[in-house]
Ligand binder design. Sequence first.
Ligand SMILES: [Fe+2]
Ligand SMILES: [Fe+2]
Length: 470
Amino acid sequence: MSVLSPVDTTQADVPLAMAPLGPAQRLYQELLQQPAENLDDARAFLHEQLRQAAALPCDLPGEPADLAAWSRRNAAQVTHQYAAYLEERRNGAGRRYFADRAHALYFLRGVAPTKLVDGAWLHGTLRHWRDTRFTPLVRTFLEELGDGVAAQNHVLLYRRLLASHGCDDLTGLDDAHYLQGATQLALGALAEEFLPEVIGYNLGYEQLPLHLLISAFELDELDIDPYYFQLHVTIDNSATGHAHRAVQAVLDNHPLVADAEDFYRRVSLGYRLNDLGLGSRAVIADFDLERELLEMFERKRGVAGQVHSDYCRIEGRTVNQWLGADEGIASFLSALQRRGWIRRHHDPAESRFWQLVQGERAAMFGVFSLYEQQLLHDWIAGTWERPGTGALSRNGVFRSRHRQPHMPSQERQRPSLQPRENPEQRQLLDELQRLDEARYEARLIELQGPATHWTPAGLLATRLFSELTR
Ligand SMILES: [Fe+2]
Ligand SMILES: [Fe+2]
């Protein structure tokens, strides 16, 4: 299923019919498409997640008053660890996270369900924007949405990043990859009931983690635009950024009359929700190039089984026979190696099989996405010393020692990068003019939901809401 159409549940979702969705992914899709109709499921899910979170250790200070110092200490420690990492690298150590580009792209894809709903846990706080205790949460949410500027909308940035590397098809991701995203969506839909947990979750999510810094550094090294990750290093900072605001939100919402102890207990439970499911480091550690490659070929096998001509035979079998064979794709890849079609641990350009895949004139041009090509490329290359970053260009040509010009962040932030008003935006403006104040506001909030805020109408709604709340 393409992530470029998460609101579309129709024919395009062929894989959904083949493999039933896991519970987290199903809830994720339901809450994206029809949050109001799935609140009971969201509530049951959150109760279960919170039950699990209660069994996890918690490193929050005992007193909320100590949170600001705790957050600063955490940031200082991470900065210190990152300096040590850089020192290690300067002294010749290899990358800590990503063995090759395929590994890095696997990571981008693996955390995509979470990143594609970035900020969603705060959506339910918008209706309280007049209450200044909510200001830190509402401001954080609007910044996640880039205040309606496309070039700064975190979800759009991530969607573009995935698309530019052919990683936008998330077919085959395990249910565990959807757990954090489902949690974020459920919190966003039920903020009224779970406000302390939302505040706690936000506190955990917005602290600066070491993996963010290392990922940004190593992605850049591998010629993958690190902007999305760099942006979070700066925007989530503990002095003035989201981490600071997250602490402020706990302090501001500390109840004066109700049970303060119970509030902080629930904040700490919400905080621990961040530790359930697959985090960034777990996704990185889980990578197995050969397993990914075989799964990719297995997914292709269903459609490719009959389309090859019988002209070419490998060890007496046609390609169609190999693809239809019971023993699976691994035996075909072994035969290709035995017959010299694939020469592992050499420059992939020397493999005839790679020549069929790579380049515009290749017989299998367009069969493999850029991500899939990278898996194949890096698997063939194996221990072969790559001359550059191992990056493939759009037409599959191996790109060595060529760095993509990264857009400087100043340039990205110019409002001129906003999309010009389009028909949907004009229609929205017409519609809004006919609404009274309460309905106007409700409509803007609705359009800032996780499935729509990154569309032209959603971006406009965010800009108008952002103006309203300043
Ligand atoms: Fe973000
Ligand atoms: Fe943030």
